[in-house]
Design a protein around this ligand. Structure first.
Ligand code: GLC
Length: 439
């Protein structure tokens, strides 16, 4: 396909997935609005429909909790999805919005990035108005993140469910959960053929082979964490003392650090001073990224919030400090070396979500091997930020090649590019449009 054809395919996907005021990730598997999906989607939409890009982000405000939290999902009100809404039952918490049902957890804070990227397509006066419109949602969200999620006052925020990382079943999370969160019923699963029974309830398995998705045991463990959070009404003071598993995710925190910088710029542009509380937290955050560095392995890792140990399993998260912009140039060079490592990340269609030499690697299994366009996009921004333009160009080209060869799928094999997951996936389409434009 030439570039105009790819762009047309991607625009069509975004048009088909548009639901009047927001875009769903894909029509069969993901029928609700997701937080970071909408941010990536707006970044693509801005190239051909700026009003819709703005509407996409404004729609996220429907779900904002009174304490500032932006939930990772706002559920469609359709009768078909009652079960999804009931699993979470967000109304157990008085901060939940009245008009829509949401989850009780968040997702990586890409919002400030999306607001700025959309702003770049507006003239000065429009941009001011746009920033003013988005500022309350954004500032309340960051204020909430630091008020509730940084109890150690280090500048790093914690995640209470793996879904909050956006990389649902990334190996470090799964490994930590298997080690620290073993409810009594996991023993029963060894004897009961629960796998077959549960398959009936999973929407994803109606479209994708079981081997490529999370196992049922993993899904049940994730559900168990939701149940425990719900029992505590998603109130952080009640969740923290009893939680068996809490994370300080590297990707989430790197995204937040860059988002903080965007928020500062936005506040300055519209002359709204940020609170001292936020300014101090933002400063701490930039320095705190060193807490993720393991000097022996010479790699960045997420941390287990409770044990305070690094989760020493390599994933693409080790490249995300480039996106944060908060590391020294020499350290950035060390990080980029990983991208050049043939035995790990330098494969035919990078960047694999788990390095190919990892025992966890599986070319088609969700966040345990495949290449995703959204994480590639984040890494490309990081590479550009540090002046690694050649690497950024190469990664842009290989990402576009995947979509050109197969269409905007959810994820792809890093080995041969074969597609997996949902077809006509919105953020793949949107970020492809963005990469085409940047090229
Ligand atoms: C999956 C992904 C998550 C995404 C959601 C909707 O749960 O892991 O990152 O937001 O699907 O696309």
């Amino acid at each position: 396909m030439d570039n105009t054809d790819i762009a047309a395919v991607c625009q069509k996907v975004l048009n088909d997935n548009w639901r009047g005021s927001y875009t769903i990730p894909s029509s069969k598997m993901y029928p609700h609005q997701w937080l970071w999906d909408s941010c990536f989607i707006a970044i693509g939409l801005r190239h051909f429909n700026i009003e819709r890009a703005q509407q996409e982000l404004l729609s996220l405000g429907r779900g904002q909790w009174k304490n500032g939290m932006l939930p990772n999902m706002i559920f469609a009100s359709d009768g078909r999805y009652r079960q999804d809404r009931e699993i979470w039952e967000s109304k157990v918490n008085p901060n939940a919005p009245d008009a829509v049902a949401t989850t009780g957890i968040t997702q990586p804070p890409v919002l400030a990035e999306a607001v700025v990227q959309v702003g770049k397509k507006l003239n000065e006066q429009q941009r001011q108005a746009w920033y003013k419109q988005m500022y309350p949602m954004l500032v309340n969200y960051h204020q909430w993140l630091y008020t509730e999620r940084d109890p150690h006052n280090e500048g790093l925020v914690l995640q209470i469910h793996p879904y909050e990382t956006g990389l649902d079943n990334t190996p470090p999370m799964i490994a930590e959960i298997f080690e620290h969160h073993q409810p009594w019923w996991t023993n029963i699963l060894r004897f009961v053929p629960a796998e077959a029974m549960i398959n009936v309830f999973r929407r994803d398995l109606k479209h994708i082979p079981y081997i490529d998705r999370m196992s049922n045991t993993e899904v049940l463990l994730y559900y168990d964490i939701i149940k425990r959070l719900k029992r505590k009404h998603y109130e952080i003071e009640r969740v923290l003392p009893h939680a068996k598993i809490l994370f300080e995710d590297l990707t989430f925190n790197c995204i937040l650090i860059r988002a903080n910088k965007h928020l500062k710029d936005i506040a300055e542009a519209i002359d709204r001073p940020l609170s001292l509380f936020l300014i101090e937290k933002m400063q701490k955050a930039e320095a705190a990224i060193d807490n993720f560095w393991d000097p022996y392995k010479e790699e960045y890792f997420s941390r287990n919030f409770i044990t305070r140990q690094h989760t020493k399993i390599s994933t693409l998260a080790c490249l995300m400090p480039l996106y944060s912009g908060a590391i020294r140039k020499e350290r950035a060079e060390d990080v980029v070396k990983k991208l050049h490592d043939h035995s790990a990340f330098d494969v035919s269609f990078p960047v694999p979500s788990v390095p190919v030499n990892s025992p966890w690697f599986h070319e088609h299994k969700y966040w345990q091997g495949p290449t995703w366009i959204n994480t590639n996009w984040l890494i490309i921004q990081g590479l550009r930020q540090y002046g690694f333009n050649e690497e950024a160009k190469r990664l842009t080209n290989s990402s576009l090649q995947l979509v050109d060869d197969h269409g905007p799928y959810e994820y792809f094999s890093p080995l041969d590019g074969s597609p997996s997951g949902a077809k006509n996936f919105s953020w793949t389409a949107a970020l492809t449009l963005d990469l085409l434009n940047e090229k």
